[in-house]
Design a protein around this ligand. Structure first.
Ligand SMILES: *[C@@H]1O[C@H](CO)[C@@H](O)[C@H](O)[C@H]1NC(C)=O
Ligand SMILES: *[C@@H]1O[C@H](CO)[C@@H](O)[C@H](O)[C@H]1NC(C)=O
Ligand SMILES: *[C@@H]1O[C@H](CO)[C@@H](O)[C@H](O)[C@H]1NC(C)=O
Ligand SMILES: *[C@@H]1O[C@H](CO)[C@@H](O)[C@H](O)[C@H]1NC(C)=O
Ligand SMILES: *[C@@H]1O[C@H](CO)[C@@H](O)[C@H](O)[C@H]1NC(C)=O
Ligand SMILES: *[C@@H]1O[C@H](CO)[C@@H](O)[C@H](O)[C@H]1NC(C)=O
Length: 432
């Protein structure tokens, strides 16, 4: 397993030059390798972190096996804030205008909201570039699967949302080049999307958020460390007028500006310590609202896992399709990861010792996150499976192995989907 890690290009510089060369562009240096003004690591943005381009790892588990199929569930890449967010930013802008701040933060009084409502929730330009780059990396790693494009060799689906569809097209452009751009066949699922948007159809899940989960989230931010955070930021800016909502909105402005332009002056308002607290808050929120915090959050993703199992079975039986790519949302991926028991601890990545919490969503599910099921056919006739998250190997199963026999994977997965009946677990007793 160690060779896996040691085999990749260790020099970041070499990798940048190679990617620049490969892509014929230097976007990578601009958008990906540059932390600009940010004085804390970008994964602190939790679910709003940009994609983390890790050094490329080797795909093959052994020279005795070759890749035969890929099934990937991907999150859309970087997007603009939602309309609710943009409106909150404007409300804060007006409030800031009436406050004087001390040096060196005087400029904050004149901060202007540059996010246009027209583009609310849509893929950003940075997000489009991100998806192309991820597609190009997939092309390099899965060379045999993506040598030429023909619609009947690939099943590509996106949810009905523009940002998911746009990511699909950009990703495919990275895979096959823009000459094919008009030929890509991507199935855009309808709004009623049981497989990729299972979370839209589970009443118990929605009710539990309202009745239980969101109340616990509110409690977290009443904790003493958040009271201190509020005081600390007010003191730093030389005012007492900002409330928790204001500070939280400022953090989201920093997050979204950084996501859209890869730099944000507003981020300079926050210290490294502040950023850790926000990360902790938003990670906890994601855990309670979308992951292991409540059983129902996780359970409902069995619908998608069941589909994945049946598609991998078909592929193992020699189905002609080379790859299946699904473009979805954080709400799709987070429960699925939790169901498969994949956390920060299972990832094979650089500087792993820095990451002590199990659920660090800035590492697990940043923008453009992708969960890949890689099916290999080996000379001895065996079929084995590896799982990768964001192109980093996942140690899987009870014995945390870097690859498992396909039959072993099916055994684990079949147990997880054994009583997958949403009409039962999504219903609320006493109501229809
Ligand atoms: C800003 O101050 C002006 C004048 O005092 C007042 O009319 C306005 O309502 C204030 N705006 C906000 C957002 O507090
Ligand atoms: C903010 O803008 C106003 C009007 O343009 C200007 O008078 C003021 O000096 C600016 N404040 C700061 C702190 O830059
Ligand atoms: C917003 O746009 C204005 C005018 O185009 C520009 O001067 C300002 O720097 C921008 N602010 C940010 C935070 O990008
Ligand atoms: C993808 O689209 C096809 C129709 O082209 C549909 O049969 C299939 O269920 C969709 N898959 C997913 C995972 O949504
Ligand atoms: C909310 O929590 C209570 C107490 O644990 C539980 O009885 C109730 O079923 C939960 N609500 C939902 C919709 O799951
Ligand atoms: C999940 O994985 C962790 C190790 O990463 C392990 O300690 C735990 O027992 C696993 N839980 C289940 C239900 O398999």
């Amino acid at each position: 397993m160690r060779n896996f890690v040691e085999n990749h290009l260790s020099s970041k510089l070499l990798q940048s030059i190679f990617i620049c060369f490969f892509a014929g562009i230097c976007w990578y240096l601009f958008f990906v390798n540059e932390n600009n003004l940010l004085h804390f690591p970008p994964y602190r943005f939790s679910l709003k972190a940009r994609y983390r381009f890790s050094p490329l790892q080797k795909l093959l588990p052994s020279s005795q096996c070759e890749i035969s199929h890929l099934l990937a569930v991907c999150r859309h890449t970087s997007r603009y804030p939602t309309s609710t967010n943009i409106e909150q930013f404007s409300v804060l802008q007006n409030k800031l205008h009436n406050i004087s701040f001390i040096s060196p933060y005087e400029w904050l009084q004149n901060w202007t909201n540059n996010f246009s409502l027209d583009r609310a929730g849509e893929l950003s330009t940075a997000g489009e570039i991100e998806a192309i780059l991820i597609g190009e990396r997939y092309k390099r790693r899965y060379m045999e699967l993506f040598d030429y494009y023909s619609p009947d060799l690939y099943q590509v689906n996106s949810t009905y949302k523009n940002r998911a569809y746009g990511t699909a097209i950009a990703f495919m452009t990275g895979l096959f080049g823009k000459n094919f751009k008009d030929k890509f066949e991507v199935t855009r699922n309808t709004e009623d999307d049981n497989l990729l948007r299972f979370f839209d159809n589970c009443i118990k899940y929605e009710q539990n958020i309202i009745q239980n989960a969101s109340k616990i989230v509110d409690k977290i931010r009443e904790g003493p460390e958040f009271v201190e955070l509020l005081q600390r930021v007010n003191n730093r800016l030389g005012t007492q007028l900002l409330t928790w909502i204001d500070i939280d909105t400022l953090w989201r402005i920093c997050t979204m500006e950084f996501l859209a332009t890869r730099s944000s002056l507003v981020c300079s308002v926050f210290s490294d310590q502040d950023s850790q607290l926000f990360e902790y808050f938003y990670d906890s929120r994601a855990y309670l609202l979308k992951s292991g915090g409540y059983e129902i959050n996780v359970k409902m993703s069995c619908i998608l896992l069941k589909h994945i199992v049946s598609k991998l079975q078909l592929a193992a039986n020699g189905d002609r399709k080379k790859a299946q790519l699904y473009f979805t949302h954080a709400e799709t991926l987070i429960p699925l990861l939790a169901l498969l028991n994949i956390t920060t601890h299972n990832l094979v990545m650089e500087n792993k010792h820095l990451y002590d919490r199990a659920n660090m969503y800035g590492l697990l599910v940043p923008m453009g996150a992708n969960l890949a099921f890689n099916l290999f056919r080996c000379v001895n006739g065996e079929m084995i499976l590896t799982i990768e998250l964001n192109e980093e190997l996942v140690l899987f199963g009870k014995h945390l192995k870097s690859s498992v026999l396909l039959s072993e994977f099916f055994e684990i997965a079949n147990f997880l989907i054994s009583d997958c009946d949403p009409t039962t677990f999504c219903s609320i007793p006493g109501s229809d």
